[in-house]
Design a protein. Sequence first.
Length: 95
Amino acid sequence: MCRNIKTLYNFDPPATGDEIRASALQFVRKLSGFNAPSKANEAAFNEAVRQVTLAATTLIDSLTTFTPPKNREVERNKAANLSAKRFGAKGSLNN
């Protein structure tokens, strides 16, 4: 559904509050169909973003794992290489 929302759990360094909020904002935008709500819908939109951010933070803080945290740079390079392969872009990273 929301391809731009990235996994935020089990990374080193951990996800920041700003990253969690940005993910919540994308989710609410997708659900509502609004990139920027009208003045009439602004309060409801902002409250939804606040609630989703809170729920996501609670979830991430409550999860446990025995696997070591993933390295953000390694995962970013994997995604770039996969994208280059999938879309045929030249110059993929770290071949």
